[in-house]
Design a protein around this ligand. Structure first.
Ligand code: CP
Length: 304
């Protein structure tokens, strides 16, 4: 397969190969000269139809550190605003000899749709509330780095599971690697039948934290939400917000993760987000090496 459209479509062997390759690139980007010449013959377009800070910059840095040629496209300043379709937009970009497309799009399935209609390698950088595969890979890579392995670890994903592509991709990735996964949040923000994915639901945050080795705290995605779904922010903070007192009362060490952007004081307080328990900036740093690995491995197939 010449795409990374979701964790649903890859295997444990793919994940192992991506992590082994990322280990090498992590060493490369810690050198004084952070670049390798591997992809001098590859051109990549980063298409962002939805806002992003981490993912957009991380992909661009990953591509540049592999020496690929890079063009960036933001829908807000493009001819999409004049009514041009997704397929026309991408085919016009590809006609300029582009080999690979990294795309973030608000619609679930946009990456799969594109892969069926254009002749390029597609990397999903987040499609609506569907999948965010590179985020899940960098999250698992960060757990592996911190705790030695992912297999057998207890991971709770806390918050707005219903609207979260990060949650879905993390569930697929963690289960693929043999982790135990629970989700925790208000019932209104947990999809019905999520147990079918092999995860347990826990609506009590304290119980979830007492069980876990790792807590991945998600943002409440107000932008994807019908207001009626949501408990009030004050209720959410009281029941599902992670603060220093709660963490300190557990009598155990847990690793705190967050994909960003953080709503400080809602799902997590600053004294937890900025504490030694949190690996939030390690996740961001690892994102570059993991994305280098994904792009390098896909590009090797293009070259064959
Ligand atoms: N984690 C993440 O996807 O962040 P951005 O939306 O800033 O890319």
């Amino acid at each position: 397969v010449n795409h990374l459209l979701g964790i649903k479509y890859i295997t444990k062997e793919d994940v192992d190969l991506i992590f082994k390759t990322a280990d090498h690139f992590k060493e490369v980007i810690n050198r004084p000269i952070k670049k390798v010449p591997s992809l001098r013959d590859i051109t990549i377009a980063n298409l962002f139809f939805e806002n992003s800070t981490r993912t957009r910059l991380s992909f661009e840095l990953a591509e540049k550190r592999l020496s690929a040629d890079v063009v960036n496209f933001s829908a807000a300043s493009s001819s999409v605003k004049k009514g041009e379709t997704l397929i026309d937009t991408v085919n016009n970009i590809l006609s300029m000899k582009v080999d690979m497309v990294v795309m973030r799009h608000p619609n679930p399935g946009a990456g799969v749709f594109l892969s069926q209609h254009v002749n390029a390698s597609i990397v999903n950088a987040g499609d609506g509330a569907h999948e965010h595969p590179t985020q899940a890979l960098l999250d698992s890579y960060s757990i592996r780095e911190k705790l030695g392995e992912v297999t057998g670890k207890n991971v709770v994903i806390v918050g707005d599971i219903l609207h979260s592509r990060v949650a879905l991709s993390n569930i697929f990735a963690l289960k693929l690697q043999g982790a135990n996964v629970k989700v925790c949040g208000p019932k209104t923000l947990i999809p019905k039948h999520i147990e079918k994915l092999g995860v347990e639901v826990e609506t009590n945050l304290r119980k979830a934290l007492e069980w876990c080795d790792v807590a991945n705290m998600l943002r409440v995605q107000n932008e994807r939400m019908d207001i009626s779904y949501f408990p009030s922010t004050r209720e959410y903070v009281q029941q599902f917000g992670l603060n220093k007192d709660l963490l300190g009362s557990l009598n155990k060490e847990i690793t705190i993760m967050h994909p960003g952007p953080i709503n400080r004081g809602v799902e997590i307080t600053s004294d937890v987000a900025d504490s030694d328990h949190a690996i939030i900036l390690d996740q961001v740093q690892n994102g570059v090496a993991v994305r280098m690995a994904v792009i390098y491995l896909l590009a090797s197939k293009i070259k064959q």
